[in-house]
Design a protein around this ligand. Structure first.
Ligand code: TXE
Length: 493
């Protein structure tokens, strides 16, 4: 089995304790890679390296163009190694290879390119003052960023944190999820090859509680914590951040409402709804796993939707024909299987799907279930959807908003007025109209309620990963002198 170490201060390293853990391939259900198992001492080593690189190194002081060149080179290398990286994520967590290669790797490279350019081209506001002064804003890097990532889109979600943090001149310690350690080490190796100075981008492997993750979030030398994962874990991490008043950005779970109105283009609604719930075998925080369909088209939609779900190819995720792979781990499979086993108990009917071979769950469509049932309220994080009819627009909005989550929602309609009207009142960080998963990296991304705190993307990432600073400069001493003594130096605004 190949070994994947921490990457600290430009060196690939074993843990100080020598401990390791293995990653299991969910298709074969056998270990396929080994990684260093970090603890508090390793976290301290990684944070200290990042601290030194920030306090004394060249990276935070480099121009954005120079940093950008290195980040673009990294994006090129990621594309050159697309096959290996995609296979690593697929073997680590079972996602179909067409998705890791067709979506995750290109989006990872795009994230590095976008944030490199965004930092370089970004402007800052300046305020000419009537007092003969001029105020302007600087966006100085925040310092050491701890990035804690989940396993569902390993490298892609890691890059969504790492790319803006680095582009804005921070140094980073990334802790990938324990289910998916491999691509993080690959990314750090490529960063060094791209010319990133040692200590700027470090990778620390290990678990969360009482392990590397917890130690990282509690470390006093960390200046920002960015986390994607479960809402409960988000609460623990927010508490850890509070101890040192470290700002946190939390992208947490979701239970996306997907509303199909009777005036929708039904073929399009079926196609997008299939993607919305079965992409990545349903292991997506944005999954449209509550599907509300207007009564007039309910039967027709359901017939087409269930047939399309049934037609999805389940199997070995390395086979390019396969659309649904196994779930990421035995534990996660047990959780999702628990929901499948209790469909009848919760008043539902299994329209199609159910348990598959090994750790797979076949695309599962549930009907007849009340909106208040567990399956319709809790984040299942698997290929399981509850389909519920509704009568009016007002009812659809009420059902969609009746959730502690608020990451995203989808709606399908051909009525322009309705599209804007409903999008405006849905309580969610993102609303997709007649589409799903389409992202503009300049737009805010994040959730409300139990789905998180803060937004990232474009200037929203800049806000989080920098310390905006106001500089006020006297430009015209005469203008200040001419003002009454009592108001000198005070803003006219
Ligand atoms: O998440 P965790 P898990 C949801 C999904 C899934 C459930 C559990 O419903 O079934 O969460 O998945 C690190 N201090 N999502 O257990 O625990 C951990 O090591 C510091 C939604 O994988 O949140 C890993 O790197 N770090 C989600 C990361 O947190 C800690 C994506 C995520 O693990 C920590 C994934 C601690 N105390 C799961 N505890 C989404 N929003 O997309 C854990 N970690």
């Amino acid at each position: 089995m190949d070994f994947y170490g921490h990457v600290i201060d430009g060196e690939e390293a074993a843990s100080l304790s020598g401990a390791t853990f293995s990653s299991t391939d969910p298709h074969t259900r056998r270990p396929w890679a080994e990684a260093a198992l970090g603890d508090g001492a390793d976290a301290d080593r990684a944070v200290s390296a990042a601290r030194r690189a920030f306090d004394h190194g060249h990276w935070p002081r480099m121009g954005t163009a120079e940093r950008g060149r290195i980040l673009h080179r990294l994006a090129d290398l990621i594309e050159e190694h697309a096959e290996d990286i995609a296979l690593a994520d697929t073997q680590d967590m079972g996602k179909p290879i067409t998705q890791s290669q067709g979506n995750d790797v290109p989006r990872t490279a795009a994230n590095f390119r976008f944030f490199a350019d965004h930092a370089r081209l970004s402007t800052s506001e300046s305020y000419p003052m009537d007092t003969g002064h001029h105020a302007y804003t600087r966006f100085d890097p925040a310092g050491v960023v701890a990035a804690i990532a989940p396993w569902n889109f390993p490298m892609m979600l890691e890059s969504w944190k790492v790319a803006p943090a680095l582009a804005w001149g921070n140094t980073v310690v990334l802790k990938p999820a324990e289910d998916t350690p491999v691509s993080a080490t690959l990314m750090a190796r490529l960063a060094l090859e791209a010319g990133m100075p040692p200590g700027v981008f470090n990778v620390l492997h290990g678990y969360g509680p009482d392990s590397a993750g917890q130690a990282l979030t509690e470390h006093p030398a960390v200046d920002r914590i960015t986390f994607t994962g479960e809402s409960g874990t988000g609460r623990v991490i927010a508490t850890a951040g509070a101890r040192h008043l470290t700002p946190v950005s939390l992208e947490l779970g979701g239970k996306g409402a997907n509303i199909v109105f009777a005036d929708a283009d039904l073929a399009g609604a079926v196609e997008w709804s299939i993607r919305a719930v079965f992409t990545n075998s349903g292991q997506v925080c944005l999954a449209g796993s509550r599907l509300y369909v207007q009564r007039e088209v309910y039967d027709e939609f359901l017939t087409r939707f269930a047939a399309a779900a049934d037609a999805l190819v389940v199997g070995d995720p390395r086979d390019p024909a396969v659309q649904i792979g196994p779930l990421a781990s035995a534990e996660h499979h047990a959780k999702v299987a628990g929901y499948v086993d209790t469909i009848a108990e919760q008043g539902g009917t299994l329209r199609t799907g159910g348990l598959g071979d090994g750790w797979t769950i076949r695309p599962t469509v549930i009907t007849g279930m009340d909106h208040t049932a567990r399956h319709a309220r809790e984040e299942i994080f698997g290929p399981v959807v509850v389909v519920i009819p509704f009568a009016t627009e007002a009812e659809a909005i009420e059902l969609a908003n009746d959730t502690p989550y608020g990451l995203n929602a989808m709606l399908f309609t051909e009525n322009l007025h309705r599209a804007h009207r409903v999008a405006a009142v849905l309580r969610a960080g993102t609303v997709w109209v007649n589409c799903f998963f389409v992202r503009d990296l300049r737009a805010p991304f994040g959730g409300v309620g139990d789905s998180g705190i803060g937004r990232e993307g474009g200037t929203f990432s800049r806000e989080f990963f920098t310390e905006p600073k106001a500089v006020v400069m006297q430009i015209d001493p005469a203008a200040d002198r001419d003002r009454p003594r009592s108001s000198r130096g005070r803003s006219a605004r």
